[in-house]
Design a protein around this ligand. Structure first.
Ligand code: UDX
Length: 438
């Protein structure tokens, strides 16, 4: 059993805090947000994540997990301190390191004995050295420390599953013994453990996100071509995916990628590359295709409806993907903004993300359920692939709409089935030009 402090109770910090406690360790979660810590103590989660509340509750009840805003309470006794604070994008695409710097400074001042500082936040390559220098400068003279980079690969919506079933554990350290000690924390999880230098570990995180984002932009580009030549991207992706060198995952064409990781990390990697004299053509293209994908979707709606000014439109989906309330960099929100700019009267619905969306886009209308959103609509747009939408009663939807048009940005329906119900249906990369008769 180890004594662990987790600094930063966002997504990553909470999931890892809960998981390390569940594995029998004694864990302190620290955050500077007083309200968040108060709520967590009462068992209220600051984010929606399946299974997280139970994970946190059972460990708090067992006395293995505690929350505080006070570093002094948690850091001096901790053998391991995990940095899990956010690194959002700055205006020029770099990672904003302010939270990391503040966390590292405060941790340093509270160190006592020997501590292993584990960096989980995604930050530019070389940041491990930066943190190390900062801590060295500010720590008490008799305290010693080692820095280990340990990127996370959690997916929102399945983070609680992922944390206990990792595809790999990556540890980067100049101090091999420190990395071995962190490896011990994960040993029970039965995943390959790769110990390397800090910079390679930092790059593994960026490169992993970048290749997944690249697959999505690639399949979206192929989808675009499919539309012009009358091929079906779903079948094309299926046929490609049987090749073990290609594999079936991350080949879903749609509105492109959003969320707290892919856009920010690909931008940060591109910005880093430029700074060291590389011109990352592919990364720039991946981002450009991804942004275009949203505009292309709105153009499709315009092709079908004409002028959008004053047109009632239903939008199903606001979260950047299903099973989360997260709207950060959500393609759905961009689509919503573009429709509103064109004067459309949009009524949106999402099973989990409406509160967050309304904060970002207060001038849209939000409906209490998917059917209320489509009443009198001239088109129904699908922007997030929630199961609730896949299982919707489309006959009922058709009766409620003024014009039965579905523009499916996530390819959740089968074109032939939906058309047989009397809808005009357009997906992404599913031969839609032919359907439009153009
Ligand atoms: C991602 C990585 O998967 C995870 O390893 C990393 O730690 C953080 O970033 P997440 O952002 O939760 O996780 O979402 P993910 O499921 O990977 O999807 C990202 C985006 O890509 C979503 O907007 C999703 O809708 C989109 N996507 C995904 C596609 O458009 N097509 C696909 O085939 C897959």
């Amino acid at each position: 059993m180890a004594t662990i402090a987790i600094v930063g109770l966002g997504y990553v910090g909470l999931v890892y805090g809960g998981a390390f406690a569940d594995l029998g360790n004694s864990v302190w979660g620290i955050d500077i947000d007083v309200e968040k810590v108060d709520k967590l103590r009462q068992g209220t989660m600051p984010i929606y994540e399946p299974g997280l509340q139970e994970l946190i509750r059972r460990n708090v009840e067992a006395g293995r997990l505690r929350f505080t805003t006070d570093y002094a309470e948690a850091i001096p006794d901790a053998e391991f301190v995990f940095i899990c604070v956010g690194t959002p994008s700055t205006l020029d695409g770099d990672a904003d390191m302010r939270a990391v710097r503040a966390a590292a400074e405060t941790i340093a001042r509270h160190l006592s004995g020997h501590t292993i500082i584990v960096n989980k936040s995604t930050m530019p390559i070389g940041s491990g050295d930066f943190i190390s220098a900062l801590v060295e400068q500010l720590k008490p003279s008799d305290a010693t420390f080692a820095i280990v980079t340990n990127p996370e690969f959690l997916r929102e919506g399945s983070a609680v599953y992922d944390v206990f079933h990792p595809s790999r554990i990556v540890l980067g350290a100049e101090d091999r013994e420190a990395a071995e000690r962190v490896a011990e924390l994960y040993r029970v999880l039965d995943a390959p453990i790769l110990i390397t230098d800090r910079r390679s570990a930092e790059m593994i995180k960026y490169a992993s996100n970048a290749i997944l984002a690249t697959r999505i932009s690639f399949i979206n580009e192929i989808a675009q071509i499919c539309e012009q030549v009358g091929a079906d991207i779903k079948i094309v992706a299926q046929g490609m995916g049987y090749d073990p060198r290609i594999g079936p995952l991350f080949l879903e064409a749609g509105l492109g990628f959003g969320g707290s990781c892919f856009p920010k990390d690909v931008r940060a990697l591109a910005a880093m590359a430029e700074r060291v004299g590389c011109h990352p053509q592919l990364l720039h293209a991946v981002l450009e295709i991804n942004e275009d994908q949203r505009r292309r979707f709105v153009r499709k709606v315009q092709e079908l409806l004409g002028d959008l000014y004053g047109r009632p439109i239903a939008l199903w989906g606001l979260a950047f993907k299903q099973d989360t309330d997260d709207v950060r960099e959500s393609p759905a929100l961009d689509v919503l903004r573009m429709l509103l700019q064109r004067g459309a009267l949009v009524t949106a619905y999402d099973p989990a993300a409406m509160t967050n969306a309304a904060r970002e886009v207060p001038d849209a209308r939000y409906a209490p359920d998917p059917y209320a959103a489509v009443v009198g609509a001239d088109a129904l747009l699908i922007a997030t692939p929630w199961n609730e939408f896949k299982q919707a009663d489309l006959r009922r939807v058709k009766r409620l709409m003024r014009t039965p048009i579905i523009v499916d940005g996530r390819n959740i329906y089968e074109p032939a089935e939906v058309r047989s119900l009397g809808f005009v249906y357009v997906g992404v990369g599913r031969g839609h030009r032919a359907d439009l008769g153009s």
